[in-house]
Design a protein around this ligand. Structure first.
Ligand SMILES: [Zn+2]
Length: 390
């Protein structure tokens, strides 16, 4: 019922008759009358003009809204993580602009820990987003409270394509939509079937998942932050100083090809991670402080685009309309893209990332420093990829 009412409001209906259910979460909806009727005969008699609307107190809306966070989401504060300074910066930018991250490293180097901490720096959901996410869970028949915290989903690699993307005779949203406005964490990406990794490509760029079935196709929202983690090879120790890798070159390359082939162009950050020494420092910055930065950056994007878009998925036309680069900046990006043999998709991602870096810094214009940092990230992603493929 809640997704239906929500959709009716979005479609502009001004008066909606509903059963006597709890509707306090729509108290903020403007310009709409929600009228609770006890049963169908009462509705018919009302529509026939026999009873007045105000005969009883069914029209009263309860103004209070209760948000309760009951989900079992891991809480790891950023300040508790030692070392990994580069990864932390990447995760801050990813959270601020809706970008995607691939982490590669040996077992136990902290990939899962960072993925869990990532969730804590995502800003709270706005009221309409809470309803949107809640509605998806209703359609999927999954439990979720009216939480203002973004969802965190980490499906197992044995999950079917349908479970991840969505599907069924009466199509249900999959994990990628249950992660809408939150995190999809794919641990051990190399163990997911190639088909599943392939189907992620389209939603990662568009922000929605298309579910095909015999009668046609359906779309579910899927604006996510993908955080993917992988070992550098099947045994996990390629490039590590602790143990020798026991994989043959052929096996290792096939493994990396399967992961990176389909999505390397779709992720903004490729992080090659090492085990941190016991003496690594932890920075004092807490998740709460970082969350203020990401919330402010997301607000800037929302205002700039006049819609709930992040820099990562805002349609390119709107992005170009709203963001100006100097000709010197564009020339520099073009030169580096040529030298590093970057695809045109990667080049556009540099622009989007530079915009995010400036949003985090609170700059209205994209600065030269932001362009330089975005270029560094892309070059390092491309080189990390090549080194893993050697
Ligand atoms: Zn190995």
């Amino acid at each position: 019922m809640i997704p239906t009412i929500h959709q009716a409001i979005l479609l502009g209906f001004k008066r909606i008759y509903i059963p006597p259910i709890e509707i306090s979460l729509f108290a903020q909806a403007a310009d709409v009358e929600l009228i609770r009727m006890p049963d169908m005969p009462s509705l018919l008699s009302h529509l026939a003009g026999k009873t007045s609307l105000f005969d009883d107190d069914l029209t009263l809306l309860q103004p209070e809204i209760l948000y309760e966070d009951t989900e079992k989401i891991p809480h790891v504060c950023f300040s508790a993580i030692r070392g990994h300074e580069e990864a932390k910066r990447a995760l801050l930018l990813a959270a601020a602009g809706g970008h995607h991250v691939l982490m590669s490293g040996p077992p136990g180097c902290g990939k899962s820990l960072l993925a869990n901490a990532f969730h804590t720096i995502l800003p709270d959901l706005a009221h309409d987003e809470i309803l949107e996410v809640y509605s998806i869970y209703q359609m999927a028949k999954q439990a979720r409270s009216l939480s203002e915290r973004p969802p965190f989903r980490s499906p197992h690699h044995s999950s079917s394509e349908g479970a991840i993307i969505g599907g069924g005779r009466y199509p249900k949203p999959g994990e990628i939509s249950l992660a809408h406005r939150g995190v999809l964490f794919l641990d051990e990406l190399g163990h997911f079937p190639r088909r599943v990794i392939d189907t992620l490509r389209q939603p990662l760029e568009s922000g929605f998942a298309v579910v095909n079935r015999v009668e046609g196709s359906d779309q579910f929202p899927a604006t996510i932050n993908l955080i993917a983690a992988t070992n550098p090879c099947p045994c996990g120790y390629y490039g590590s100083h602790e143990k020798y890798c026991t994989c043959g070159d052929k096996v290792r390359l096939k493994y990396m090809q399967k992961i990176t082939g389909p999505i390397i162009d779709r992720v903004d950050f490729v992080l090659e991670m090492k085990n941190q020494g016991v003496l690594a420092q932890s920075t004092a910055t807490t998740s709460e402080e970082l969350r203020e930065l990401t919330a402010a950056a997301r607000d800037r994007q929302r205002i700039r685009y006049g819609a709930n878009y992040t820099n990562a998925i805002v349609p390119i036309k709107l992005f170009e309309e709203k963001t100006h680069f100097t000709s010197a900046q564009l020339a520099k990006i073009e030169t580096v893209s040529f030298q590093e043999k970057l695809s045109s998709r990667s080049t556009i991602k540099i622009l989007r990332l530079a915009r995010t870096i400036s949003d985090v810094a609170g700059d209205d214009q994209v600065t030269d420093t932001a362009v330089d940092e975005a270029l560094q990230w892309k070059i390092s992603a491309s080189r990390t990829h090549s080194s893993l493929m050697r």
